[in-house]
Ligand binder design. Structure first.
Ligand SMILES: *[C@@H]1O[C@H](CO)[C@@H](O)[C@H](O)[C@H]1NC(C)=O
Ligand SMILES: *[C@@H]1O[C@H](CO)[C@@H](O)[C@H](O)[C@H]1NC(C)=O
Length: 281
Protein backbone atom coordinates (compact mmCIF):
# COMPACT_ATOMS: atom_id res chain seq x y z
CA UNK A 1 0.00 0.00 0.00
CA UNK A 2 2.62 2.44 1.17
CA UNK A 3 4.97 1.35 -1.59
CA UNK A 4 2.46 1.81 -4.37
CA UNK A 5 1.88 5.29 -2.96
CA UNK A 6 5.61 5.86 -3.23
CA UNK A 7 5.49 4.69 -6.81
CA UNK A 8 2.61 7.04 -7.64
CA UNK A 9 4.46 9.88 -5.96
CA UNK A 10 7.50 9.25 -8.10
CA UNK A 11 5.47 9.02 -11.29
CA UNK A 12 3.81 12.28 -10.40
CA UNK A 13 7.17 13.72 -9.74
CA UNK A 14 8.43 12.58 -13.12
CA UNK A 15 5.53 14.12 -14.96
CA UNK A 16 6.24 17.32 -13.11
CA UNK A 17 9.78 17.16 -14.40
CA UNK A 18 8.44 17.07 -17.91
CA UNK A 19 6.14 20.03 -17.49
CA UNK A 20 8.13 22.07 -15.04
CA UNK A 21 11.85 22.47 -14.99
CA UNK A 22 12.12 21.57 -11.35
CA UNK A 23 10.84 18.82 -9.12
CA UNK A 24 11.45 18.49 -5.44
CA UNK A 25 11.56 14.87 -4.36
CA UNK A 26 9.62 13.94 -1.29
CA UNK A 27 11.39 12.33 1.63
CA UNK A 28 10.02 8.93 2.56
CA UNK A 29 10.03 7.71 6.13
CA UNK A 30 12.19 4.67 6.76
CA UNK A 31 12.32 3.96 10.49
CA UNK A 32 13.28 5.11 13.97
CA UNK A 33 15.58 3.41 16.47
CA UNK A 34 14.59 3.10 20.13
CA UNK A 35 17.17 5.81 20.88
CA UNK A 36 15.46 8.24 18.48
CA UNK A 37 17.53 8.10 15.29
CA UNK A 38 15.04 8.79 12.50
CA UNK A 39 15.89 7.65 8.97
CA UNK A 40 14.35 8.92 5.73
CA UNK A 41 15.29 8.40 2.10
CA UNK A 42 14.68 10.31 -1.11
CA UNK A 43 15.68 10.11 -4.75
CA UNK A 44 18.72 12.04 -5.83
CA UNK A 45 18.66 10.80 -9.41
CA UNK A 46 16.27 8.11 -10.55
CA UNK A 47 17.95 7.50 -13.90
CA UNK A 48 21.14 6.63 -12.00
CA UNK A 49 19.21 4.69 -9.33
CA UNK A 50 20.71 7.00 -6.75
CA UNK A 51 19.05 7.74 -3.42
CA UNK A 52 20.06 9.64 -0.31
CA UNK A 53 19.61 8.41 3.24
CA UNK A 54 19.13 10.95 6.02
CA UNK A 55 19.86 9.97 9.62
CA UNK A 56 18.60 12.41 12.26
CA UNK A 57 19.38 11.80 15.92
CA UNK A 58 16.34 13.24 17.69
CA UNK A 59 17.38 11.57 20.97
CA UNK A 60 19.36 13.07 23.84
CA UNK A 61 22.47 10.86 23.66
CA UNK A 62 25.06 9.73 21.14
CA UNK A 63 23.59 6.73 19.34
CA UNK A 64 25.00 4.07 17.01
CA UNK A 65 22.55 2.40 14.65
CA UNK A 66 22.42 -0.08 11.80
CA UNK A 67 20.10 0.10 8.83
CA UNK A 68 18.28 -3.08 7.80
CA UNK A 69 16.69 -2.64 4.41
CA UNK A 70 15.83 -4.39 1.20
CA UNK A 71 14.15 -3.31 -2.00
CA UNK A 72 10.84 -3.68 -3.79
CA UNK A 73 10.04 -3.68 -7.48
CA UNK A 74 6.59 -2.62 -8.67
CA UNK A 75 5.42 -2.80 -5.06
CA UNK A 76 6.52 -6.43 -4.60
CA UNK A 77 9.52 -7.59 -2.54
CA UNK A 78 12.61 -8.04 -4.69
CA UNK A 79 15.67 -7.90 -2.44
CA UNK A 80 15.07 -9.44 1.02
CA UNK A 81 16.13 -7.10 3.83
CA UNK A 82 19.74 -7.18 4.87
CA UNK A 83 21.85 -4.97 7.06
CA UNK A 84 23.66 -2.24 5.15
CA UNK A 85 27.29 -3.31 4.40
CA UNK A 86 26.60 -7.07 4.60
CA UNK A 87 26.97 -6.99 0.81
CA UNK A 88 30.21 -5.81 -0.77
CA UNK A 89 32.03 -4.66 2.37
CA UNK A 90 35.38 -6.01 1.04
CA UNK A 91 34.92 -3.98 -2.16
CA UNK A 92 34.11 -0.90 -0.09
CA UNK A 93 37.29 -1.43 1.93
CA UNK A 94 39.36 -1.18 -1.22
CA UNK A 95 37.48 1.55 -3.05
CA UNK A 96 37.73 3.79 0.00
CA UNK A 97 34.10 3.87 1.03
CA UNK A 98 34.45 1.96 4.27
CA UNK A 99 36.95 1.22 6.96
CA UNK A 100 36.95 -0.85 10.15
CA UNK A 101 37.43 1.39 13.16
CA UNK A 102 39.09 0.38 16.39
CA UNK A 103 37.88 1.85 19.67
CA UNK A 104 34.73 3.56 20.87
CA UNK A 105 32.55 4.95 18.10
CA UNK A 106 32.59 8.71 17.58
CA UNK A 107 29.93 10.75 15.76
CA UNK A 108 30.22 10.68 11.99
CA UNK A 109 31.78 13.59 10.22
CA UNK A 110 30.35 14.99 7.06
CA UNK A 111 33.22 13.90 4.83
CA UNK A 112 32.42 10.34 5.78
CA UNK A 113 29.44 10.42 3.47
CA UNK A 114 32.02 10.25 0.68
CA UNK A 115 34.61 7.89 2.07
CA UNK A 116 35.78 5.94 5.08
CA UNK A 117 32.39 5.26 6.54
CA UNK A 118 32.88 3.18 9.69
CA UNK A 119 32.15 -0.52 9.51
CA UNK A 120 32.32 -2.76 12.55
CA UNK A 121 31.54 -6.24 13.81
CA UNK A 122 28.08 -6.96 15.12
CA UNK A 123 27.50 -9.93 17.40
CA UNK A 124 24.19 -11.56 16.52
CA UNK A 125 23.41 -14.65 18.58
CA UNK A 126 27.09 -15.47 19.02
CA UNK A 127 28.18 -14.82 15.44
CA UNK A 128 29.86 -11.73 14.05
CA UNK A 129 28.84 -9.92 10.88
CA UNK A 130 30.12 -6.72 9.27
CA UNK A 131 27.79 -3.69 9.35
CA UNK A 132 27.92 0.04 8.72
CA UNK A 133 27.95 1.79 12.09
CA UNK A 134 26.09 5.11 11.95
CA UNK A 135 26.98 7.08 15.09
CA UNK A 136 25.29 10.43 15.62
CA UNK A 137 25.48 13.03 18.38
CA UNK A 138 22.17 14.40 19.69
CA UNK A 139 20.66 16.71 17.07
CA UNK A 140 23.09 15.54 14.40
CA UNK A 141 21.92 14.92 10.85
CA UNK A 142 23.96 12.70 8.55
CA UNK A 143 23.34 12.14 4.86
CA UNK A 144 24.75 9.53 2.54
CA UNK A 145 24.01 8.49 -0.99
CA UNK A 146 23.46 4.95 -2.17
CA UNK A 147 23.41 3.74 -5.75
CA UNK A 148 22.04 0.62 -7.37
CA UNK A 149 18.27 1.19 -7.15
CA UNK A 150 17.78 0.03 -10.70
CA UNK A 151 16.67 -3.34 -11.95
CA UNK A 152 16.19 -4.15 -15.64
CA UNK A 153 16.07 -0.46 -16.48
CA UNK A 154 13.42 0.43 -13.87
CA UNK A 155 13.74 1.85 -10.41
CA UNK A 156 13.49 -0.36 -7.37
CA UNK A 157 12.58 1.19 -4.02
CA UNK A 158 14.15 0.89 -0.59
CA UNK A 159 12.09 -1.22 1.75
CA UNK A 160 12.92 -0.43 5.36
CA UNK A 161 12.83 -3.35 7.76
CA UNK A 162 14.21 -1.46 10.79
CA UNK A 163 16.73 0.98 12.21
CA UNK A 164 18.33 -0.59 15.28
CA UNK A 165 20.53 0.63 18.10
CA UNK A 166 23.77 -1.20 18.67
CA UNK A 167 26.06 -1.01 21.68
CA UNK A 168 29.84 -0.79 21.67
CA UNK A 169 31.32 -3.75 23.56
CA UNK A 170 35.02 -3.50 22.86
CA UNK A 171 37.66 -3.74 20.18
CA UNK A 172 39.72 -6.65 19.01
CA UNK A 173 41.46 -8.34 16.16
CA UNK A 174 39.30 -10.33 13.76
CA UNK A 175 40.10 -12.76 11.01
CA UNK A 176 37.82 -12.16 8.04
CA UNK A 177 37.43 -14.93 5.48
CA UNK A 178 35.12 -13.85 2.67
CA UNK A 179 33.80 -14.87 -0.72
CA UNK A 180 35.89 -12.87 -3.19
CA UNK A 181 33.62 -13.53 -6.16
CA UNK A 182 30.26 -12.55 -4.70
CA UNK A 183 31.43 -9.89 -2.26
CA UNK A 184 34.05 -8.09 -4.29
CA UNK A 185 34.49 -9.08 -7.96
CA UNK A 186 30.75 -8.98 -8.59
CA UNK A 187 30.71 -5.39 -7.36
CA UNK A 188 33.54 -4.33 -9.61
CA UNK A 189 35.63 -6.80 -11.58
CA UNK A 190 38.22 -4.15 -12.41
CA UNK A 191 39.21 -3.05 -8.93
CA UNK A 192 41.60 -5.03 -6.72
CA UNK A 193 40.07 -6.99 -3.83
CA UNK A 194 41.40 -7.60 -0.32
CA UNK A 195 43.00 -11.02 0.21
CA UNK A 196 40.39 -13.74 0.72
CA UNK A 197 41.50 -14.01 4.35
CA UNK A 198 42.76 -11.02 6.30
CA UNK A 199 43.18 -9.82 9.88
CA UNK A 200 41.80 -6.49 10.93
CA UNK A 201 41.35 -4.52 14.13
CA UNK A 202 37.73 -3.58 14.69
CA UNK A 203 35.24 -2.42 17.25
CA UNK A 204 32.53 -4.92 18.01
CA UNK A 205 28.97 -4.28 19.02
CA UNK A 206 25.98 -6.03 20.51
CA UNK A 207 22.32 -5.69 19.63
CA UNK A 208 19.16 -6.41 21.56
CA UNK A 209 18.09 -9.99 20.95
CA UNK A 210 15.45 -10.53 18.30
CA UNK A 211 15.88 -7.29 16.33
CA UNK A 212 17.94 -8.97 13.62
CA UNK A 213 18.87 -12.57 12.91
CA UNK A 214 21.33 -14.31 10.60
CA UNK A 215 18.83 -14.11 7.73
CA UNK A 216 19.42 -10.36 7.67
CA UNK A 217 23.02 -10.96 6.57
CA UNK A 218 22.30 -13.27 3.63
CA UNK A 219 24.71 -11.56 1.18
CA UNK A 220 27.46 -12.44 3.64
CA UNK A 221 26.50 -16.12 3.89
CA UNK A 222 29.89 -17.28 2.62
CA UNK A 223 31.88 -15.08 4.99
CA UNK A 224 33.36 -15.73 8.41
CA UNK A 225 34.39 -13.22 11.06
CA UNK A 226 36.31 -14.77 13.92
CA UNK A 227 37.62 -12.83 16.87
CA UNK A 228 41.23 -13.61 17.57
CA UNK A 229 40.90 -14.26 21.29
CA UNK A 230 44.65 -14.21 21.90
CA UNK A 231 44.98 -10.73 20.46
CA UNK A 232 41.60 -9.33 21.50
CA UNK A 233 41.79 -6.35 23.78
CA UNK A 234 38.66 -7.03 25.72
CA UNK A 235 37.26 -8.46 28.90
CA UNK A 236 34.53 -10.18 26.96
CA UNK A 237 36.64 -12.63 25.02
CA UNK A 238 36.50 -15.68 27.22
CA UNK A 239 32.94 -15.03 28.31
CA UNK A 240 31.80 -14.76 24.74
CA UNK A 241 33.46 -18.00 23.84
CA UNK A 242 31.52 -19.77 26.57
CA UNK A 243 28.27 -18.07 25.49
CA UNK A 244 28.85 -19.13 21.93
CA UNK A 245 29.23 -22.77 22.85
CA UNK A 246 25.50 -23.11 23.47
CA UNK A 247 24.35 -21.34 20.37
CA UNK A 248 23.43 -23.28 17.29
CA UNK A 249 25.76 -22.61 14.39
CA UNK A 250 24.51 -20.25 11.73
CA UNK A 251 22.91 -22.24 8.99
CA UNK A 252 25.12 -20.93 6.22
CA UNK A 253 23.61 -23.34 3.75
CA UNK A 254 20.23 -21.79 4.34
CA UNK A 255 21.67 -18.29 3.91
CA UNK A 256 23.48 -19.36 0.77
CA UNK A 257 20.20 -20.77 -0.54
CA UNK A 258 18.49 -17.40 0.00
CA UNK A 259 21.38 -15.71 -1.71
CA UNK A 260 21.14 -18.10 -4.67
CA UNK A 261 17.38 -17.67 -4.91
CA UNK A 262 17.71 -13.90 -4.96
CA UNK A 263 20.47 -14.07 -7.53
CA UNK A 264 18.57 -16.27 -9.93
CA UNK A 265 15.60 -13.91 -9.95
CA UNK A 266 17.41 -10.66 -9.44
CA UNK A 267 20.84 -11.28 -10.86
CA UNK A 268 22.94 -8.48 -9.43
CA UNK A 269 20.19 -6.25 -8.12
CA UNK A 270 21.77 -6.36 -4.68
CA UNK A 271 21.63 -2.71 -3.80
CA UNK A 272 25.02 -1.20 -3.44
CA UNK A 273 26.55 1.84 -1.97
CA UNK A 274 28.51 2.87 -4.97
CA UNK A 275 30.00 6.29 -5.03
CA UNK A 276 31.87 5.43 -8.21
CA UNK A 277 28.58 4.89 -9.93
CA UNK A 278 28.00 8.57 -9.47
CA UNK A 279 31.38 9.49 -10.85
CA UNK A 280 31.11 7.30 -13.94
CA UNK A 281 27.59 8.39 -14.91
C1 LIG B 1 15.69 16.41 12.68
O1 LIG B 1 14.75 16.21 13.71
C2 LIG B 1 14.37 17.41 14.36
C3 LIG B 1 13.50 16.99 15.54
O2 LIG B 1 12.38 16.30 15.11
C4 LIG B 1 13.68 18.31 13.38
O3 LIG B 1 13.31 19.52 14.01
C5 LIG B 1 14.62 18.60 12.22
O4 LIG B 1 13.95 19.37 11.24
C6 LIG B 1 15.10 17.31 11.60
N1 LIG B 1 16.10 17.61 10.59
C7 LIG B 1 16.07 17.11 9.37
C8 LIG B 1 17.13 17.58 8.44
O5 LIG B 1 15.26 16.28 9.03
C1 LIG C 1 14.56 -13.02 10.92
O1 LIG C 1 14.21 -11.67 10.60
C2 LIG C 1 13.24 -11.55 9.57
C3 LIG C 1 13.00 -10.07 9.37
O2 LIG C 1 14.05 -9.45 8.75
C4 LIG C 1 11.96 -12.24 9.93
O3 LIG C 1 11.06 -12.17 8.87
C5 LIG C 1 12.23 -13.69 10.28
O4 LIG C 1 11.05 -14.28 10.75
C6 LIG C 1 13.32 -13.79 11.35
N1 LIG C 1 13.65 -15.19 11.55
C7 LIG C 1 13.74 -15.72 12.75
C8 LIG C 1 14.14 -17.14 12.79
O5 LIG C 1 13.53 -15.08 13.77
Amino acid sequence: MKLSLVFVTVLLCLSLVRTHAKCTYIEEYCGTSASGVVVHWKWVNEAEGLIEWTFNNTGSKDASVILNRGATYNGAPLVPPYVFAAAYFPAYLYDGLAQYFYGKPVPLRNYQADYDLPIGMLDVDGHYWTVFVFTLAPGQVFRMEEGGYIYEGSNIFPYCQNVDDITYEGSGVFTVDYDVTTQCKEFDSTQPCPPKKFDVGSAYYSIKKGLVNSTNFWPSAGDKFEMNLCLAESNYGSMRKADGANIADVDRQQLAAISQQVKSTVRSAKVSSDKRLKRIL
